[in-house]
Design a protein around this ligand. Structure first.
Ligand code: F6R
Length: 369
């Protein structure tokens, strides 16, 4: 049932092109408008939403952090992302104009469920983004957008993460369309770009041997750092989480802009640092900023492993290793840049002889508090 793969995790990493494709499938009507029929919440309520709060745990919360950048950009609705277990125990400002979006692969995470209940008690509408049909969180939500990633068996989440991002993007684009923001015209362009993503993920997977080779060479690392900006920041956090979870290596993700505010003190000779580089075709000076961050850590002896777009030559002088991903719009990049980080963690754990699918101390769904 592992289809010849050495682990479910590796199989699920390789299923990501179809997981994303299935999640996006059949969304356009004959006029090229995005349909989201399952969003059974009155349109007048959706138009009146003045705040979105994403609640989730772990990897699902990182998917929410990625989605925040896209939703705020497309919809101009302030969007917060909060760990469900933190949300529950403060006194969050949630009311009838708040749309709460609960991300959960399993649909059974107790803290996320409790956050959903809490939000609905305050009058908020709740949409869940879930991979498990008929599970508790969707049953207790006002609407659900299912990710169609197929069952995820490995404890460490991979294909669910990418599918959650894809589903959340559909939600964001739909709200932009409904509310007629200045972005509404571009919805079709983004959807077209999204359709290209599965084939691009496949091309990242086709180059997996290079990443695997790197993982084997780095299997004695005691600590690994991950840096990113903008949507690359939650990708860095996710890369670090994967490595902790299955390879039991101390790993930390940072917003690259924070380096000087503390984390750069950790960098000494030989410290491996992954850097997720945004597209040089993006707006602002984001790319240049990240390139100078690579330079800064390299100057202090770091071994830099850079994930950059094809054709981005500016990173080469400062990179010990370059992992290439196909060109894509900035907001869609996490669907590609995450993949080498998953492969890296999976191969490194495997090379240490660990059980990749069943890491110690962890359960697939956390149904207790
Ligand atoms: C990490 C991982 C966990 C889950 C978290 C939420 O690889 O799997 O961090 O993402 O426990 O689980 P769900 O999405 O089922 O609510």
């Amino acid at each position: 049932e592992k289809d010849g793969y050495s682990s479910f995790m590796l199989k699920e990493i390789n299923e990501q092109p179809s997981a994303v494709e299935q999640t996006l499938m059949g969304r356009l009507d004959q006029h090229g408008n995005l349909m989201l029929d399952e969003l059974r919440i009155d349109e007048s309520i959706l138009r009146a939403v003045d705040k979105i709060v994403v609640v989730a745990c772990g990897t699902a919360a990182y998917a929410g952090q990625v989605a925040k950048y896209a939703i705020e950009h497309w919809c101009r609705i302030p969007t917060e992302v909060e760990l469900a277990h933190e949300f529950r125990y403060r006194d969050p400002i949630v009311n009838e104009k708040t749309l709460v979006v609960a991300f959960s692969q399993s649909g059974e995470t107790m803290d996320t469920l409790m956050a959903v209940r809490h939000a609905r008690e305050q009058g908020a509408k709740v949409v869940s983004i879930c991979n498990t049909n008929g599970s508790t969180i969707p049953r207790e939500s006002d609407a659900v957008i299912y990710t169609h990633a197929g069952p995820e068996i490995a404890v460490a989440s991979t294909k669910a993460f990418l599918s959650q991002i894809a589903a959340a993007y559909l939600l964001g684009l739909y709200l932009a369309q409904l509310r007629g923001t200045k972005f509404a015209d571009e919805v079709r362009d983004v959807l077209r770009e999204l359709q290209e993503v599965p084939a691009k993920i496949q091309s990242v997977l086709d180059a997996a041997d290079e990443v695997k080779d790197l993982a084997r060479r780095m299997s004695t690392a005691e600590s690994v750092l991950f840096l990113g900006r903008h949507v690359g920041y939650p990708v860095a956090l996710e890369g670090a989480l994967k490595l902790k979870e299955i390879a039991y290596i101390h790993a930390e993700g940072f917003a690259a802009g924070e380096l000087k505010h503390g984390p750069i003190a950790l960098v000494e000779e030989g410290q491996p640092v992954f850097v997720i580089v945004p597209s040089p075709r993006g707006r602002d000076s984001l790319h240049a900023k990240v390139v100078s961050n690579i330079q800064e850590v390299r100057a202090r002896g770091a071994i830099t492993i850079v994930i950059a777009e094809e054709g981005d030559d500016a990173v080469v002088p400062y990179a010990n290793e370059v992992i290439r991903v196909p060109q894509t719009p900035v907001l869609l990049a996490p669907l590609l840049t995450t993949v080498p980080l998953q492969l890296f963690a999976c191969e490194l754990a495997d090379s240490k002889g660990y059980d990749v699918d069943q890491p110690r101390n962890l359960a697939k769904s956390v149904t207790v508090e």
